[in-house]
Every structure is written in structure tokens, then in C-alpha cells.
Design a protein around this ligand. Structure first.
Ligand code: SAH
Ligand code: SF4
Ligand code: F3S
Length: 469
């Protein structure tokens, strides 16, 4: 049999023939990275990718519980699969990720048809857990677990850009957030393991790496070692220096940054290391100091502004994006308006917005001053309109400029076009054919002259391979 794009890597012959699998992923990049590793494990076990959620022999939902609506979505999906399992008991049903961790055994009571409930720390153990299922057990794996170094090649969704976890878990105590409860304590990977994974990805043709952590600035604080100057031996800045020159990797990104731990050294590294892209994702959550204190975020608006000033001082064109929560318990209209003011004042390239959602087991969920749904809806609507306006103003600066775009794939709406992102992370569309018939392909770094700008994307004319840069 010849290898196909979706087949297991040639050096990992399937140990047995099994049926087809389907994975649906909810939530953040950590979940997407976990899903890619779990897909790799399934394929190494002999499963092949299915074409349909409703006919696959194994269905895995990798779930998110960050807000209530994310969680509810899973239950409606599960209801349909449970009915299918009652007709076809051979179906294997798996719930992984953060809802699995949060709910554990109680998920089995709610959906007795489930075969396996597994928390995110167990993603790399999927094969061992499925073996127990094949032996007739119903399995719940949610205990605190030391995350094993990955031994299976992930099945990556993109052939150009890949995620690489550098730190798992989160030790913060933000009063609204379930992540520490579902992802556990911080566990940093060794720099050598991260570099080795990047080198292996480069050898397989990947061009861009995003280093991942819920609080990536915490990288290394759980690793031993002190430098001769008395500093921690392992920080995110040191990691960037240690991996920036992996051959074949053209671009390096990292997320998510935490304003509490963000350092000037990190900004300097980003300015100095040519492959580290000029984009920072630094959630601020609220533009009001009292709300920030109630959230236990550990910084002030003033500190946040100083970070942005410093970035712009060193890297004037840097793109800045963030996450923000509106209608946090007790947030007054005045406090909410400070968040709007900060968005205008900073001029964010992109802001992910959310209305506060009370999460079980988090302190803020029990506070008496919860805001009514109508306030949440109205604040969200207003802030989204502002984010779009400000993003549009930021996009305007690209008009007429020549931008380097890494082609990631075809534009699904127009297959004559490629899409990719600028170094600053703006999605950009351009014709695959620069006019001379020598088509650009995914993985190419293409100079594109920007001719149309929209709040969250750009379009332009690609220069040909031979054209002067
Ligand atoms: N580690 C990152 C974010 C992780 S969760 C950080 O510290 O910023 C992703 C985003 O979801 C958060 O930035 C926050 O804006 C949002 N979020 C988290 N919990 C939420 C809740 N209970 N209600 C609404 N939004 C929430
Ligand atoms: Fe949640 Fe705060 Fe940790 Fe981010 S830093 S994952 S918001 S607890
Ligand atoms: Fe959701 Fe878990 Fe990520 S709760 S946002 S999938 S860490």
C-alpha cells in the first residue's frame, strides 16, 4: 500500500486494522494540539480518518468548558451519538478534554453509553486507555498525571504551520477561570525536547511553529537550574534563543502571554531574533483596575499600557491582540467603559471578546452581584462593534504595502487563491498564479502587495518568484 496524506507515517506501521475515526475539537489551541496528537495515536493504532461523524466507528469529542455555551454544545452532540450507540454497540464513544476532566464520573451517569472519559493530561495515553476499552471496560481517566513526552507523531491539520506545547497547565488563580482546575499544575517541557520536535517538524516541511502555553510566560519556572547571574535558568526568553535557529523553520510565534509575567527581555528577544514574528497576544481582560483586582490578574491597566509602549518602542509595527471579558460580576457601566477606552487607546489589531460566564468551582461564580443576561448581550454587542472598527483602522496601514505572507493553503471560497498570514498575523488572500503561470504553493513565503483591506483580513497581488523583493 502506498502512503496517503491521511495515512500513518511510513515508519509507524499500524499494529492492527481497525475502523474509521472522527474527532471534533472544541476550545483553544491546546485542545487542537491535543487532538492532533490523539489523531496520530489512533492512526498508529490502525484507525483511518472517517468521512462522517455519523458513520465513524470511533467518535472522539475533545471538549471545552471555558464558558457554559461551549459545554452545552458537547451535550447536544453526545445525545445524537448515544442514540447511535444504542443501535450499534460496536461504536466507540470517547469524551476527552476539559469537560471530561471537570465532570469525570458524572459524565458516565449522564451519558452511560460512553466508553472512555479522559482529561487533557491523559491525551498521550489514548492507546493504553483504548486497550482497556477493547477489553470491555468503561474507563474514566481524570487523575493528576505527569504528561509523558510524546512518542507518537501527531497528525497535523496543516502541512505548513504546527503547534508545539512548551508548558502544560496553569498555576494562576484568576477568579473566573476553570483552566487551572481542568489542566492541572504547570509542567514545562525540556528545551531539548522542544527543539527536537521543531527540528523533526522542519524536516517534514513545516515552516511555522507556534509555541503554546496557557500562561507561556511561566515557562521554565518548574524546571531546575539557576544561571551564574542568579537568574532562573529556563525562561521563555531563553527558550526563544534556544530554538530560534532550527533550520527550515521560517517563523516562530508564541501564545498566550500574561501581563503579570511579561518581561522587557522577552520584547528584546522578539526584536532581535529575526524569525520571531511581530505579533503579541496579551489578554488584558478588563480596562479597570478594580475589576482586574477582583479577577486576581495581578497587574494594573498602567502596567499593561507600559508593556504595549515598550513593545511599540522596540517594534513599531507589531500587532497586538488580546482577550477581554465583559459583564464580570459587579462590573459597573463606568468600569465597562474603561475597557472600551483601552481598546481605542491601544488600537488592538484583534480582540477576542466574551461575556462573563459563571463556571462551577470558580470563586466569581458564587458572588452575589452577577449581571443580567440583557447587560451581557448589550455590552458584548457594543464591544464587538468597537473591536471591528479599531481592527479596520489597524488594517488600513497595510494598504499599498508589500507584506511577506506564508501561504498556508487554498482559500476554501476560491481555490484559485492561496491564503496565509502576514508576520503580524493578518489573514491574507492572493492569487496562486502571480501572472507567469509559475504557481505559488502552500509553504511558500510570498511577497504580496496589499490592494484591499478589511478589519480582519487583507487581499493583494503576489509578486512572482523571480521578482525583485
Ligand atoms: N491563559 C489565558 C486565557 C485562557 S482562557 C489568559 O490568561 O489570558 C481564554 C479566554 O477565555 C480568556 O482570556 C478569557 O477572556 C476567556 N474566559 C475565561 N474564563 C471565562 C469565563 N468564565 N467567562 C467568560 N470568558 C472567560
Ligand atoms: Fe485562566 Fe488565568 Fe490561567 Fe489564563 S492565567 S488560564 S485566565 S487562570
Ligand atoms: Fe477550553 Fe480547556 Fe482550552 S476549557 S479554552 S479547551 S484549556
Amino acid at each position: 500500500m502506498t502512503a496517503t496524506v491521511s495515512g500513518p507515517p511510513a515508519d509507524q506501521a499500524p499494529s492492527a486494522r481497525r475502523g474509521s475515526y472522527w474527532i471534533t475539537t472544541f476550545g483553544c489551541q491546546m485542545n487542537k494540539a491535543d487532538s492532533e496528537r490523539m489523531a496520530g495515536i489512533l492512526e498508529a493504532m490502525g484507525y483511518r480518518p472517517g468521512s462522517d461523524e455519523h458513520t465513524a466507528d470511533l467518535v472522539l469529542y475533545n471538549t471545552c468548558t471555558i464558558r457554559d455555551n461551549a459545554e452545552q454544545k458537547v451535550y447536544s452532540y453526545l445525545g445524537r451519538q448515544a442514540r447511535r450507540k444504542r443501535i450499534n454497540p460496536a461504536l466507540t464513544l470517547v469524551v476527552a478534554g476539559c469537560v471530561a476532566q471537570q465532570e469525570g464520573e458524572s459524565l458516565l451517569r449522564r451519558v452511560p453509553e460512553l466508553d472512555l472519559v479522559m482529561g487533557p493530561q491523559h491525551a498521550n495515553r489514548l492507546e493504553a486507555l483504548l486497550t482497556r476499552v477493547e477489553n470491555g471496560q468503561q474507563v474514566v481517566a481524570t487523575e493528576e498525571h505527569h504528561i509523558l513526552e510524546d512518542i507518537t507523531a501527531a497528525r497535523r491539520d496543516s502541512a505548513v504551520c504546527a503547534w508545539v506545547n512548551v508548558i502544560y497547565g496553569c498555576n494562576e488563580h484568576c477568579t473566573y477561570c476553570v483552566v487551572p482546575a481542568v489542566r492541572g499544575r504547570e509542567q514545562s517541557r525540556r528545551p531539548e525536547a522542544i527543539r527536537a520536535e521543531m527540528a523533526e517538524l522542519a524536516a517534514r516541511g513545516f515552516r511555522e511553529i507556534t509555541l503554546l502555553g496557557q500562561n507561556i510566560d511561566a515557562y521554565g519556572r518548574d524546571l531546575p537550574g539557576i544561571t551564574s547571574e542568579g537568574r532562573r535558568a529556563h525562561t521563555l526568553t531563553d527558550l526563544l534563543h534556544a530554538v530560534h535557529d532550527v533550520r527550515g523553520i521560517e517563523r516562530i510565534r508564541f501564545a498566550t502571554s500574561h501581563p503579570r509575567y511579561f518581561t522587557d527581555r522577552l520584547i528584546d528577544a522578539c526584536a532581535d531574533l529575526p524569525r520571531v514574528c511581530e505579533h503579541f497576544h496579551i489578554p488584558f481582560q478588563s480596562g479597570d483596575d478594580e475589576v482586574l483586582r477582583a479577577m486576581a490578574r495581578g497587574y494594573t491597566v498602567e502596567r499593561y499600557r507600559r508593556i504595549i509602549d515598550r513593545i511599540r518602542d522596540r517594534i513599531p509595527d507589531a500587532a497586538i491582540s488580546a482577550d477581554v471579558i465583559v459583564a464580570f460580576p459587579g462590573e459597573t457601566d463606568t468600569q465597562y467603559r474603561r475597557t472600551l477606552d483601552l481598546i481605542e487607546a491601544i488600537g488592538f489589531d484583534q480582540v477576542n471578546t466574551a461575556a462573563y460566564s459563571p463556571r462551577p468551582g470558580t470563586p466569581a461564580a458564587d458572588w452575589p452581584d452577577q449581571l443580567p443576561e440583557a447587560v451581557k448581550v448589550e455590552r458584548l454587542r457594543e464591544i464587538n462593534a468597537l473591536v471591528e472598527k479599531v481592527a479596520g483602522q489597524r488594517s488600513a496601514r497595510y494598504l499599498g504595502r508589500r507584506e511577506q505572507v506564508l501561504a498556508e493553503g487554498l482559500n476554501p471560497r476560491d481555490p484559485s487563491q492561496l491564503m496565509g498570514r502576514t508576520r503580524t498575523n493578518r489573514l491574507t488572500f492572493f492569487a496562486a498564479d502571480p501572472g507567469d503561470g509559475r504557481l505559488h504553493r502552500p509553504g511558500d513565503l510570498v511577497d504580496v502587495v496589499i490592494e484591499a483591506v478589511r478589519p480582519f483580513s487583507l487581499s493583494g497581488r503576489p509578486l512572482g518568484r523571480g521578482e525583485v523583493r
